[in-house]
Write a protein that binds this ligand. Structure first.
Ligand code: ACO
Length: 328
């Protein structure tokens, strides 16, 4: 087993105050609390109000992560944000977050990898530490998914919410830290989960807004099948690289998209359900925010202790996927 290069010195996460329950959605959509709970495990999600920003969540999460790490924001040399819903089209979300945290000159950029955005970000952070280019990184992940779903489409509207989080990543000094990461993508399947308009091919127009092409379109059943297969593969790949057996995992923190996907992934990865962190019932799918939110909740519940082996795994639009093994 190789020694870790980078470790997570502190973590933080934040979700909006506004709660939208399944009962709230029943009022506007042909859906039911029973259908949503049975098919997804989701009971409620948190959503930002129009006068709130995704960067506000990142600022709150960053302050918590910095406090836990005992590192002032001024010491951060790099800010990386895994998101596909920046506050505005330009600049990168990381730049707006930097400004709200107090400015400075830290390098700031985004990683666009949908739901596994934070796992991609952690992997980039580890590489920047390995090269010596960065020493103290704010590695963030989160999405305002509610802003890109069609609230008139019951196939997608019930699944998502807003949330953000991240970690302060620094050079490892002992056996604690990132042991292995495994990332992958298959762009040939992109059409199964995408937003057709709003990019440079089809800039926003009255017509594509009317046709609802600025919102997420998803073939749910197909996504489900590929998600389970790719997440299981990513788990095995990352564990293989780390030289760790499934039996040695103390906590699995999977992407919180759907309870059935979580259970199937845990089964394929060989991790018993009592070692799996689940909070999809409270937040729905917050895309890149989902793993930090679950990790911070696990920490708050006393489920993370130094020396534990933690496995993170995610899957999303692209398709993209990834797994990260951490000795906590
Ligand atoms: N309320 C009531 N009925 C609904 C709803 C709803 N919200 N949504 C769909 N239905 C209906 C469908 O129209 C369909 O009706 P029909 O049989 O008359 O055609 C029926 O329910 C069954 O639909 P399916 O799509 O087969 O339902 P399934 O059991 O596959 O569940 C779901 C759908 C929850 C979307 C599931 O496929 C899923 O979770 N897929 C993964 C999607 C996902 O999580 N994507 C996020 C990004 S990727 C990731 O994060 C992993």
């Amino acid at each position: 087993m190789r020694s870790p290069i980078a470790r997570l010195a502190g973590i933080g996460a934040a979700a909006p105050a506004t709660v939208v329950t399944n009962a709230d959605l029943e009022k506007t959509l042909a859906t039911s609390d029973q259908w949503i709970v049975e098919r997804t495990g989701i009971r409620e999600r948190r959503v930002l109000q129009p006068n709130e920003s995704q960067s506000d969540l990142f600022v709150a999460a960053s302050r918590d992560a910095l406090a836990q790490a005992g590192i002032p924001f001024q010491a951060i040399d790099t800010i990386i944000c895994g998101t596909c819903t920046p506050d505005r089209r330009l600049p990168a979300a990381a730049c707006d977050i930097q400004a709200k945290l107090g400015g400075g000159t830290a390098a700031a950029f985004d990683v666009v990898a949908a739901c596994p955005g934070w796992l991609y970000t952690l992997t980039v952070a580890e590489g920047l530490i390995a090269s010596g280019n960065s020493k103290k990184i704010l590695a963030l992940g989160g999405d305002r998914v509610w802003s890109i779903v069609d609230r008139e489409d019951r196939n997608t509207a019930v699944l998502f919410g807003d949330g953000a989080g991240g970690a302060v990543v620094v050079p490892a000094t002992d056996e604690r830290g990132i042991l292995a990461t495994a990332l992958g993508a298959d762009g040939t399947l992109a059409d199964l989960l995408n937003i057709p308009a709003g990019g440079s091919n089809e800039p926003p127009s009255e017509q594509n807004i009317r046709d609802r092409r600025i919102y997420v379109q998803m073939a749910g059943r197909e996504v489900f099948k590929v998600a389970v297969r790719r997440m299981a593969q990513a788990c095995h790949q990352a564990l293989g690289k780390a030289g760790i057996r499934a039996d040695d995992i103390d906590l699995l923190v999977p992407h919180q998209a759907n309870l059935r996907i979580i259970n199937a992934t845990a089964g394929e990865a060989g991790v018993p359900l009592d070692k799996v962190m689940v909070n999809v019932d409270r937040y729905g799918n917050t895309s890149a925010g989902s793993i930090p939110l679950a990790l911070v909740q696990a920490d708050g519940e006393g489920r993370l202790r130094p020396g534990m082996v933690v496995l993170l795994v995610s899957f999303g639009a692209g398709f993209t996927w990834g797994a990260v093994v951490i000795r906590w």
